[in-house]
Design a binder for this molecule. Structure first.
Ligand code: SF4
Ligand code: SF4
Length: 172
């Protein structure tokens, strides 16, 4: 296996994300409620009983890189929210944290997801409010892309990276 740099890995990750976004957009999203018509925008990101996004080390590196583009003040506020979420929802890197849910610290009121265009995790790309269960993207579609990301983690870091709750994965 040829090891590649983290920078190269983040570039390749962006391609995987773009391909997955296209698949979701072209084949599924039109069957879901448009977010522009949502009466409670952000509920899907801030519902502490629902959000359970887990990401790998490379995805965390991509998110940190995206957050580096923010002003120092905004970045400070985001990482404060990250630490608060870890404390409040008792998130850890251990296995017993796997089922824990949290309100995502990357949601900014008035803006939405701060990494929407740059580093959004695959489960967030796949998520939408579908009325019919049969219209949802199949789990295998997400699993296939997540396997590609796992392979990419191995090529960058030399081994598989465990999936961690997003706040734990991106904390400084
Ligand atoms: S995914 Fe659902 S809850 Fe979230 S903004 Fe879109 S319509 Fe609203
Ligand atoms: S990463 Fe973005 S889309 Fe995903 S839960 Fe957080 S704010 Fe929402």
């Amino acid at each position: 296996m040829k090891i590649i740099s983290e920078t190269k890995g983040i570039e390749r990750l962006a391609e995987i994300r773009a391909g997955f976004s296209r698949d979701i957009h072209d084949d599924f999203e039109h069957k879901a409620k448009p977010c522009a018509e949502c009466e409670t925008p952000g509920d899907c990101c801030l519902d502490a009983h629902f959000v359970n996004v887990r990401i790998s080390r490379l995805e965390a590196a991509a998110i940190r890189q995206a957050l580096d583009q923010l002003s120092p003040e905004k970045k400070y506020a985001v990482f404060e929210r990250v630490e608060n979420a870890i404390d409040r929802f008792d998130l850890t890197s251990t296995h017993d944290s796997a089922a824990k849910t949290y309100a995502c610290p990357l949601f900014e009121n008035g803006i939405g997801c701060l990494i929407h265009d740059t580093a959004k995790p695959l489960p967030c790309i796949a998520h939408a409010c579908y009325e019919k269960k049969e219209d949802l993207p199949p789990d295998e579609l997400l699993a296939g892309r997540e396997n590609e990301i796992d392979d990419l983690n191995k090529r960058v870091y030399g081994r598989s990276a465990p999936l961690l709750p997003l706040p734990v994965a991106i904390r400084r």
